[in-house]
Design a protein around this ligand. Structure first.
Ligand code: SF4
Ligand code: SF4
Length: 303
């Protein structure tokens, strides 16, 4: 149905890192995982959220006056937000003259998203690109995703779903024939460790990846390389071993941890658990890539 709605937090055009060719990437808002290193913390909650940029604030005080929840005050020439009171209504965003208040996430219809996507259809055709659905977790909004995939299929637009694979099997079964390519994260081979760092165990994820293999669906495995979590050669080798028998794995991507989630978390009023952790060195990533290449995989490194 054209009027099916979903919540997204961004649409990026001309993306070249989310699948083949030039792509438009749709960021679904809401994710069942809580990875400590999350690079897109604005994608975790399923609701619109306030983001505050102190560097843009001119301390005019308008937001304080209009907030219906009395969640704002100015102390020592700074806006102080009582995040637990904020409902994300967006009233302060409208009145802020300097862009210091921003609302992340909005409800959109399938028609509205399609209208954006087809703007670049000529680039998709020329570059072998298409549309990528990521997040957050696209499988967590199954009806919205299904409708978008169906519309893309009807227009012969290549589709990629970038997913944690943490979803009921039925969701994957429903979309598999409408999806050209899956980008599937494997974050850690050990379930207890996976739980400790992401909030969920890995059994459902690995089971879904096996299902995609049975269906011979093209998959690129993505490994976020997180210092202290999975950046050891033996851990990466274990992940390579887990999928070694799967003929549908086209490539493995190593995505180095970056600290981008820290400032976003601060702007959302969230704590950041990875403070002080350094980004992995190029040498470390090269070493991990070599481990996988030795196992026969095509490996891509970087975002
Ligand atoms: S989003 Fe709404 S509730 Fe939250 S601080 Fe702004 S005006 Fe107040
Ligand atoms: S309205 Fe905007 S610029 Fe004015 S105090 Fe609030 S956040 Fe700062």
């Amino acid at each position: 149905m054209a009027n099916t709605t979903g919540i997204i937090f961004d649409i990026k055009r001309y993306s070249i890192n989310d699948g083949p060719g030039i792509r438009t990437t749709i960021f679904f808002k809401g994710c069942p995982l809580h990875c400590l290193w999350c690079h897109n913390p604005e994608g975790i909650s399923f609701k619109p959220q306030l983001m505050h940029r102190p560097s843009r604030c001119i301390q005019c005080g308008r937001c304080v006056l209009v907030c219906p929840q009395k969640a704002l005050e100015i102390q020592d020439k700074k806006v102080v937000i009582s995040w637990e009171k904020c409902t994300g209504c967006g009233r302060c965003v409208i009145d802020c003259p300097s862009g210091a208040m921003e609302l992340v996430g909005k409800s959109v219809t399938v028609d509205e998203v399609m209208k954006e996507m087809i703007k670049d259809i000529v680039f998709f055709d020329q570059s072998g690109g298409g549309v990528t659905f990521c997040g957050g977790e696209p499988l967590a909004q199954p009806e919205f995703l299904y409708e978008l995939l169906s519309r893309c299929r009807a227009m012969d637009i290549h589709t990629t779903v970038d997913t944690s694979c943490y979803a009921p099997r039925g969701v994957l079964e429903r979309i598999i024939d409408k999806t050209n390519l899956f980008l599937c994260d494997i974050k850690h081979p050990d379930s207890a460790k996976h739980y400790e760092w992401t909030g969920v165990e890995n059994a459902i994820i690995l089971d879904n990846i096996r299902f995609l293999a049975q269906k011979k669906k093209p998959v690129i495995i993505r490994i976020p390389v997180i210092p202290g979590f999975n950046d050891q050669p033996e851990t990466i080798k274990s992940i390579g071993t887990l999928v070694a028998h799967m003929k549908n794995i086209h490539q493995i991507d190593l995505l180095p941890y970056n600290t981008g989630g820290q400032s976003k978390s601060q702007r959302l009023g969230k704590s950041y658990k990875m403070s002080g952790i350094q980004e992995p060195s190029g040498l470390n990533i090269k070493e991990l890539a070599a481990v996988l290449r030795t196992m026969g995989y095509k490996v891509h490194t970087g975002g």
